[in-house]
Design a protein around this ligand. Structure first.
Ligand code: AMP
Length: 189
């Protein structure tokens, strides 16, 4: 039975770092929907040109397309456990994912919300824009993505809370402290 752990947090919350650390700790695969899109573009996969029209501007890619990519990854992977970030990003994707997991008799074990204030996220990403020059990050796309995050992804996180699967962690603590908090929560749950 495949197991899924989901990591949520706004842009700049450090969710990706935390997802990688937890995946390493558990020996699970780390899956990042945004990372997959960037890899597809680097490898010039045929569909990637159409997809990059959206994400390069900071817009969400169509649900159907991202779902197809993500679900295919899980179906073909030999891994038994996944720590995923970036998906599901809205309620439609959440419902599709819940149906998908149930249809396979797989299991969502836990969801973590790495909480960072909007102001701190803006500061962190502005610094990242100066240093990394990630091609989909500029002031305009940042604002769009944060707006989408609060209007579309926070309702998804609230659903995990209702399912009693959610743990919130303070994303403004150190990387090490956040990571140990997540690991010990996971180990005791
Ligand atoms: P991220 O690295 O998670 O910030 O994702 C980078 C970009 O990829 C986002 O701004 C979106 O355009 C796109 N993306 C990633 N995951 C999804 C998703 N689940 N649904 C729609 N678009 C996504």
């Amino acid at each position: 039975m495949k197991k899924f752990i989901l990591i949520f947090g706004p842009q700049g919350s450090g969710k990706s770092t935390q997802a990688k650390l937890l995946a390493e700790h558990l020996g699970y695969a780390h899956v990042s929907s945004g990372g997959m899109l960037r890899d597809m573009k680097d490898k010039n996969v045929p569909l990637s040109e159409e997809l990059s029209k959206y994400w390069l501007k900071g817009e969400l890619v169509p649900d159907e397309l991202i779902q197809r990519i993500i679900f295919q990854t899980f179906e073909t992977s030999k891994d038994e456990g996944f720590v995923m970030e970036g998906f599901p990003r809205n309620l439609l994707q959440l419902n599709a994912f819940l149906d998908f997991v149930h249809a396979h008799d797989w299991m969502i074990v836990r969801a973590y919300y790495v909480m960072v204030s909007e102001e701190e996220c803006l500061n962190r990403i502005r610094k990242r824009i100066e240093i990394e020059h990630r091609e989909d990050e500029d002031e305009d796309s940042l604002k769009k993505r944060l707006y989408d995050y609060y209007s579309k992804t926070v309702p998804v996180i609230e659903e995990f809370e209702k399912m009693s699967l959610l743990t919130r962690v303070d994303g403004e603590d150190t990387v090490e402290n956040i990571s140990s908090e997540i690991k010990s929560d996971y180990d005791t749950n």
